[in-house]
Design a protein around this ligand. Structure first.
Ligand SMILES: C[S@@+](CC[C@H](N)C(=O)[O-])C[C@H]1O[C@@H](n2cnc3c(N)ncnc32)[C@H](O)[C@@H]1O
Length: 251
């Protein structure tokens, strides 16, 4: 008898081992292939998402409700026109203000200083992904965890914020919009009773060549009238020389 010849018992053992090995192999390959499958599904899901998002931004669809003449010059140029801290204090922003919203935050010229003054959150809305990213980056650099930057078209979708939820709304350099009353109505809706809307705009002076063109640049009386038409009460007007004026309206 061949020493290595298998007896029925060893054959059964070997068969069992073989089956065990095969089962383990089947299990391992099932797990591997389901992981690969999940990875593939995730990959294609992300890919489709990226493609859709890119084509959305590459198309001009997202710009359709963009406020006319609302492109900003480079940040250094824009910063020269303002003294944000002084202006915000003049408008009455202090730590008694809890939450605020900045409609069309741009580079965060006012969002970031405001976040350092108020006691709650500031919601910074803009239609441009680049502006939203800039505000997020600045907030991170300064470890400000009360800045909520939101990519949003507030003209067609509204702000998405709750009724009577904020104490202050910034409408800075934005009321030359095609439909300013839509914007003011939205500001009124989200403000708590007694809450304030701050309006800043370029002076109606044709020697001031920066800012939107004269035919769409609103006069302070016009801004005030639009705001009153949606229910606001006039509180104060300031000169922000040399380029701007500011108005405070109350809900
Ligand atoms: C002239 S900038 C003013 C920026 C900022 N408020 C300031 O005074 O420094 C107007 C900003 O509004 C944004 N904007 C224009 N139309 C918008 C819309 N429909 N929804 C959201 N943001 C919009 C622009 O992308 C731009 O950043």
């Amino acid at each position: 008898m061949n020493f290595f010849q298998k007896t029925p018992v060893t054959r059964i053992k070997l068969n069992k081992e073989k089956r065990g090995r095969r089962n383990r192999l089947v299990l391992v390959s099932a797990i591997t292939s389901s992981c690969v499958f999940v990875d593939l599904v995730n990959f294609f899901h992300d890919l489709i998402g990226e493609v859709l998002l890119s084509s959305y931004y590459l198309s001009d669809v997202w710009k359709t409700m963009r406020v006319r003449d609302s492109d900003l010059p480079i940040e250094e140029e824009w910063a020269k026109f303002f003294n944000p801290n002084r202006t915000l204090k003049l408008l009455g922003l202090d730590c008694r203000i809890k939450d605020a919203a900045d409609f069309g935050c741009g580079y965060g010229t006012f969002t970031i200083p405001a976040a350092q003054i108020i006691s709650g959150k500031i919601y910074a809305l803009d239609i441009e992904p680049e502006m939203v990213r800039t505000v997020e980056r600045k907030a991170k650099e300064l470890s400000l965890n009360n800045v909520v930057a939101i990519l949003r078209d507030f003209m067609s979708e509204g702000s998405g914020l709750k009724d009577s939820s904020v104490d202050f709304v910034f409408l800075f350099n934005i009321l030359h919009a095609e439909t300013p009353v839509v914007l003011l109505k939205e500001a009124y809706r989200i403000l708590k009773p007694g809450g304030k809307a701050g309006i800043i705009h370029w002076r109606y002076d044709e020697t001031i060549r920066d800012g939107p063109s004269m035919d769409i640049r609103p006069k302070p009386e016009q801004c005030r009238q639009w705001a009153e038409s949606v229910g606001f009460h006039f509180k104060k007007q300031f000169d922000l020389k040399p380029y701007h004026y500011a108005i405070i309206m109350e809900k």
